[in-house]
Design a protein around this ligand. Structure first.
Ligand code: SF4
Length: 375
């Protein structure tokens, strides 16, 4: 296993260099951690990293602050707890979102495993391309980042939909992987690689009619913190969990498994009491705030982000995104108020993304509390 430090999509095999060391991204199989894996991951975060686990918007977990000369030891430890692909290329392409309610052997489980097995044989794709297996009891992944989506139509039939298209087409489970492969070959043949993602590509190229014959079920209950059906979904500010707090939660609630969900959420199949810093209130103001690690942790950042975001939390009624630079890692989409770091100051963007034209520029932190309500 060879460490290679490059790119902006870190994996375990290919970590990203950051201001505080390597960022090692772990992609748990089927977006699930057993209690033993989660406890071991906490111990690894304390031994090799900064003692924190970062949840990502695509349901992965990161250990950051890893010294380059300890990366190989960390890989071996991840391998020992079954949290590492043997092959770095497969790992980098295994971006598969899962709903929280799959059970061993059901169709969602089978589709995941077929997809994970087929990915090495799929054509070469842009690095961020991913899949959602949204075939659980009710749909819940349509607002999460994925390019090809297994879904169900109103009659419960399995279908495939390309992200950005309103409709998809019915498929059989037996031909599901060949349907995905056909769609990916079409994506590449029609110039999709230059667009980078499926939805962007479909803004420029017409999708064949044969792939737009049925409508997926509508989402009635988006993923959010809370308790229902004897399960608890929780978030943490910025998706950043002190390992010792996760250990405490697992032990206090006697958890046996954690399901990782998009939007930096975790679901457990039991009713868990409130334990700080885990948030179970769906309208909690800290869950409307997004901030990347910023300076000094990321070399692209010229501004500090998270302390500022916490200070400004009460000043913004809607969503607030404080981004260390225009890349927008913490929230690659619109927020009601976005502050983008640039040359040690901030641009302020209303109802936009970190890379949109600002309403005001060159701002210092002390300018912001008054401005963000009025700009
Ligand atoms: S948004 Fe910019 S500063 Fe923040 S983590 Fe991403 S690259 Fe670094």
């Amino acid at each position: 296993m060879t460490a290679e430090v490059k790119g902006w999509c870190p994996g375990a095999h290919r970590p990203m260099a950051s201001g505080d060391g390597l960022v090692v991204r772990v992609r748990p199989f089927r977006a699930c951690l057993t209690d033993q894996q989660a406890l071991a991951l906490c111990a690894l975060a304390e031994e090799f990293g900064n003692g924190m686990l970062d949840l990502t918007s695509r349901a992965n977990v990161q250990i950051r602050g890893v010294a380059a000369d300890r990366h190989q030891d960390l890989l071996r430890a991840l391998w020992d707890i079954d949290l590492l692909d043997a092959d770095p290329q497969t790992e980098g392409r295994r971006n598969i979102l899962m709903p929280p309610d799959w059970v061993s052997g059901d169709q969602t489980y089978r589709l995941h495993d077929a997809l994970a097995k087929a990915i090495p044989d799929f054509p070469d794709l842009p690095e961020k391309m991913g899949y959602a297996v949204d075939t659980g009891r009710s749909p819940c992944l349509s607002d999460a980042s994925a390019d090809l989506r297994f879904e169900r139509d109103g009659d419960g039939h399995l279908m495939l939909r390309l992200d950005g298209a309103a409709k998809g087409w019915r498929i059989d489970e037996r031909n599901a992987m060949s349907a995905v492969k056909d769609a990916l070959l079409w994506f590449n043949a029609t110039g999709g690689k230059s667009a980078g993602r499926m939805a962007r590509h479909l803004r420029q190229v017409s999708l064949p009619d044969k792939w737009q014959s049925c409508t997926p079920r509508a989402v009635t209950k988006p993923l959010a913190p809370g308790r229902d059906n004897d399960a608890t979904t929780f978030g943490v500010p910025f998706g950043n969990i002190p390992a010792r707090d996760l250990i405490r939660l697992i032990q206090a609630a006697r958890l046996t498994e954690l399901r990782l969900l998009p939007h930096r959420l975790i679901r457990v199949a039991t009713t868990v009491p409130d334990i700080a810093p885990f948030i179970t209130a769906p309208d909690h103001p800290l869950l409307r705030i997004h901030a990347c690690p910023g300076a000094p942790f990321c070399p692209q950042a010229t501004v500090e982000t998270r302390d500022l975001a916490m200070r400004l939390a009460g000043s913004v009624g809607g969503t607030l995104h404080v981004s260390g630079c225009a890349k927008g890692c913490a929230r690659p989409g619109k927020a009601d108020v976005t502050l983008t770091g640039r040359s040690g100051r901030f641009d302020l963007i209303r109802d936009g993304t970190p890379w949109d034209p600002p309403a005001a520029a060159g701002l210092l932190p002390h300018d912001l509390p008054d401005l963000i309500g009025t700009a």
